[in-house]
Design a protein around this ligand. Sequence first.
Ligand SMILES: [Zn+2]
Length: 232
Amino acid sequence: MTVLNQLLEYQKADGELRKIEQEIMQSDARKKVVQAKAFIKNAESRIAAQDKRAVELKKLRDELALRVEETTKAVAEYADVDELVEEGADVSFYKRNAQQLLERVRAAKSELARLLAEVESLTAEYKKMMEQGKQANKQYKENMEKFKEVQAAHAAELEAANAKLAKIAEGIPPEFLEKYNQKRKEKIFPVIVPLNGNMCVCGMDLPIAQQNRLAGGNVIECEHCHRFIYRK
Ligand SMILES: [Zn+2]
C-alpha cells in the first residue's frame, strides 16, 4: 500500500475515533462539569478579592478608631474651658477649636457609616457566593459521576477504535505518522486533504512546481497550514 493510501486509511479510522471522543466531550454531563468548574474558579478569585478588601477595611477601621480616640481626648481638654474663660482667655480661639473637633467627629461618624455599609454588603455577597459555591460543588460532583458513566459506556468502543488506529499506524513510515499526530494535537482535522484546483483547503495557492510533485500519489506538506496534500 502506498503511503498516501495508508494515511487516508489512518485518517478514516482517526475520524471514527474522533467522533466517539467528541460524543463524550459534548455530552451534557461534561458540559455541566466544565460549567461548574469555571464557576468555582471564578468564585475562588472573587473570594480572594473579598478577603483582600476585608483586610483593607480592618485597617481603615483601626485608623478610624485611633482618630476617634484622639478627638475624644481633645474634647476632654475642654472640661476646663469654663475656668479658662473665667480667667479671661480668648473665647473665640476655643470656639474655633471646638468647631473643628466637632467637624472631625462628624467626618469620622460618616466614614464609619460608610465602612459599616461596605462591611454589610461584603458579608451579604460572601454569604451568597458561599451558597452558590455549594451549589456548584454539588453540580460538579453529580455531573462528574454522570460523565464517568458516559465514559464507561463508550470505553469498549473507544478501545476498539484505538486498537484499529494503532494497527494501521504500524504500516506508516514514522516521519509521516509523527507529523500527522502533531497536526492532530494542534486540532487540525482533516490532516490529509486533496488538492482543490490549484489550492490547498486553507486557500493557499500551490505553485506548479509543487503541484508536479503530487504526481504518482505523492504527498506534500502545505507551507501555510502544514496539512498533507494529495491529488485525487
Ligand atoms: Zn494549507
